[in-house]
Design a binder for this molecule. Sequence first.
Ligand SMILES: [Zn+2]
Length: 395
Amino acid sequence: MGTGLDTSSAAVEQALLAYCESRREWVVETTLALARLESPTDDKMAVDACGRELRERMEAIGGTVARLPQARAGDHLRAEFGAGESQVLLLGHFDTVWPVGQLARMPLEFRDGRLFGPGVFDMKAGIALGLLAARAVLDVCPAAGRLVMLWTSDEERRSRTSRTLIEEEARRSRAALVLEPGLAGGGVKTARKGCAEFHLAVHGVPAHAGVEPDKGASAVHELAAQVVDLQRVRELTPDVSLNVGTMSGGTLPNVVAEEARAVVDARVTAAADMDRVIDFVRNRTPTVPGTRIEVTGGFDRPPLERTAAVARLYERARDIAGRLGHDLSEGATGGGSDGNFTAAVGTPTLDGLGAVGAGPHALHEHIEVDSLPWRAALVACLVVDVLGDGPAPAA
Ligand SMILES: [Zn+2]
């Protein structure tokens, strides 16, 4: 974009890499600063404290930051760097699955080239390397175009308040680079399943189980039949997975159960399967006379499908990584992220560009410290590439 340079040239890429490698301490320190501020999704005060730190750090490196206030969730942050018609989106979240106090059990700790601690991999290191990428672009290619960052506060709780925001920003962007954790070994994610949650409630008729069982209609028996029947979803498409994660019902052994409930998680790889799965789960016919079944819920996230645009973006990233001296594989995951939303509105999306590490949501969560500079450089190169003549929305 008017830099007068061939912005995809190897020289620019090497300059971005050198820039990021010489700021290794800065990106590590930024990761630590964000990780020290524990930020469980449901604790607005804690999430907002982390958001304030992040906001100050973005302003310090030249970002124009807007805080997007939320009543219950933490406030989301949108930051703009550079200017121009063409926009690329860096996307991620600063909430974590860990409660406040987890740091006492899982202290931030360097061991064998790794940094351990709650939320470092998912995904405070990803945010930190995104900030370093922005610094590199601003310093090395200041006229590249507009870089927008969206850091949200509720991704770990289904992005209840951030979805619309993410979709709107994605529609304005030539590509969305999602700084969620990489796959094992550092691969990026070019496909993610779409995720649904359904709630089944069965209403029966209570009766004495010994005296007049025939006057009752057991909600528990009915729910058991439905749980078995739900497994037939595989007949619709082998690519769907369905898990009845929780069940409850009844009151006492000698009472025919009046109520029973279950929560079901269903996932698909293709958007075309979403409606069929919804119809199948929702249209339940009772087998126990006298019971009634209510089903609520649906898809929270559409799948991230490996479209031609996603594949092209990956291939560019792989080629850049190769020139930076690293292999970059791709893969699919059953978990969803906010990249599902950006891909579903037609914006070429590459997910899993964050740190290399392991153990998201697990006690051994960690990142490989050496990965931070080169992953930042990879993101910076991709930003410059996309703002040049890189991928654009299909529309
Ligand atoms: Zn995450």
